[in-house]
Design a protein. Structure first.
Length: 281
């Protein structure tokens, strides 16, 4: 095979190299991102088509893509903290790095609500009735993220309707596997702290907080976890206000109590011991 520019992969001696350029390329921007399939995934249910339904579908599909990325990052951060010391890169640094990315994505999730709110309640009502019984309550990835972060609730499997066998299995697996909090507690134990129960973990956190020079990496991780918790709470708060602005006190399309249910979720904390620590500093 010749090494002319634009010929794709070529061999020069024992070295395989890639020539960049469109001539002879095997991949294109569209084929790599699978744009034909992606852009054919927005199908309106309204008839005649409601103008804002495309916006509604696009926003929620983008949310699901971000949830997929968040699960990818949080799982990797959890696994890094569970890995033994000395297993490759600095596992505490890597987990903190991944959580910093999680924070940026979560801020993006909150900002996306601004785009959705360019839709008026009247425009939403043009197609809302066609959504039932579909509901954001049924987002499996969002529940996976909550379970993985530390807020496990087996009752969701009973309350969910219309889930595939694969989706039910994913949720069960998340309920059984260690959470991000479990992994952080393991890291505390690896640093020599007693972590047999919540009282011992609380004492360990108190020590870390008051001796940051000796436990800088652990303190930074604790702060990263709290930031994750705070940003998740920010999204829930922003979401419920948006729902109230759109539909007031109406029931959700999936049969939930709508904003009443969403407001009941606002006090949720992934890491209560980290919040309690603030009162002890």
């Amino acid at each position: 095979m010749s090494g002319q520019p634009g010929q794709g992969a070529a061999t020069r001696g024992d070295e395989t190299f890639v020539s960049f350029g469109e001539q002879g390329a095997q991949l294109t921007y569209g084929s790599y991102l699978r744009l034909p399939q992606l852009l054919d995934s927005q199908h309106l249910e309204s008839d005649p088509p409601a103008h804002d339904e495309l916006l509604f579908i696009t926003i929620h599909q983008v949310y699901e893509l971000w949830f997929k990325q968040l699960l990818h990052e949080v799982t990797a951060a959890r696994d890094a903290l569970l890995s033994p010391p000395g297993a490759g890169r600095d596992r505490l640094w890597w987990a903190q790095h991944l959580l910093a990315r999680v924070h940026v994505i979560e801020r993006t999730l909150v900002q996306q609500v601004d785009v959705l709110e360019t839709m008026t309640p009247q425009d939403f009502l043009e197609f809302r009735q066609r959504l039932a019984p579909a509901s954001g309550f049924q987002s499996v990835q969002f529940r996976e993220l909550e379970f993985l972060s530390g807020a496990k609730d087996p009752g969701y499997l009973d309350r969910f309707r219309g889930l595939s066998d694969d989706e039910q299995e994913r949720l069960r697996r998340r309920l059984e596997e260690p959470t991000l909090w479990d992994a952080f507690v393991t890291a505390l134990g690896g640093a020599g702290f007693d972590v047999g129960d919540d009282e011992q973990v609380a004492r360990a956190l108190h020590t870390v907080a008051h001796d940051r020079d000796s436990h800088a990496a652990l303190w930074a991780l604790a702060e990263a976890l709290l930031q994750h918790d705070e940003l998740a709470a920010s999204w829930r708060a922003r979401h419920v206000v948006m729902v109230e602005r759109m539909i007031g006190a109406k029931s959700g399309t999936g049969g939930s109590s709508g904003s009443t249910y969403l407001r009941s979720r606002l006090p949720l904390q992934y890491y209560p011991l980290l919040w309690e620590l603030r009162s002890q500093l």
